[in-house]
Design a binder for this molecule. Structure first.
Ligand SMILES: *Cc1c(COP(=O)(O)O)cnc(C)c1O
Length: 228
């Protein structure tokens, strides 16, 4: 592994190549540097090297680390969120990517109402069927979107998934295709608060396939920071 700066430069080139292959401009793809387990100093090194978005998956870790992270970087929650931790999440994060049930959405809405805040969220979908993964069933995704759309302090922006853990590119791509279909169908709905434009899929091992299947946001950790 090179330095964070060198790794980032390689990743940005790979994202750009995949984007062009998918008929997109590299700037259409948003990179989230996934900073879980890495220190605030490492996060700040990435910010100095040009990272504009970071992703954390645990509230407790984020509460300790994020106060030491430079301002101006957009903070995404990408991990499982329990309802009793929502009060922290709405203060720590600019986007919550892991909304997979209406009770959680309602709790976020209630907390944001108190702060006069409108929280951008993604609906996390379990596209692999693996029981170890959170996310709503693909069949429930649009119903959940419509329910979230009625909550005034939430703004649904799109969908997020983690693909199947598999060495088979075909199987991984099937997960991405499933989410892209849901995303495309969501575009046809009449929605109030929602503004569907984000398809968050792809990690260090599979982000090029994800971009080729339509991702416009990728979440990359180990390929930038090293193994955890
Ligand atoms: C950890 C994590 C990533 C990044 O994984 P890498 O393999 O380190 O790139 C992306 N998305 C989510 C939801 C994660 O928890």
């Amino acid at each position: 592994m090179g330095s964070i700066k060198e790794n980032l430069s390689i990743i940005n080139d790979r994202i750009a190549n995949a984007a062009v292959k998918a008929g997109k401009s590299p700037k259409d793809i948003t990179l989230i540097a996934v900073t879980k387990t890495f220190s605030a100093a490492q996060v700040n090194a990435a910010v100095d090297a040009g990272v504009a978005h970071i992703g954390e998956n645990r509230i407790q870790e984020a509460r300790q680390k994020l106060p030491d992270v430079k301002e101006g970087v957009t903070r995404h929650l990408i991990g499982n969120l329990q309802r009793n931790k929502v009060k922290y999440a709405v203060k720590l994060f600019d986007m919550i990517q892991s909304v997979d049930n209406i009770a959680l959405a309602e709790e976020i809405d209630a907390r944001c109402a108190k702060m006069s805040l409108k929280m951008p969220v993604l609906i996390e979908v379990n596209t692999s069927g693996e029981t170890s993964k959170i996310g709503c069933h693909p069949r429930e995704a649009l119903t959940l979107l419509k329910a979230i759309d009625r909550l005034p302090n939430l703004s649904a922006r799109g969908f997020m998934t983690i693909a199947i853990y598999s060495a088979e590119d075909e199987q991984v791509r099937d997960c991405f295709k499933r989410l892209k279909e849901i995303y495309d169908e969501a575009q046809t709905l009449k929605l109030e608060n929602a503004n569907i434009g984000t398809l968050s899929m792809g990690m260090s091992s599979d982000f090029e396939s994800a971009i080729e299947e339509g991702a416009n946001m990728v979440r990359i950790g180990s390929a930038i920071f090293g193994s955890r």
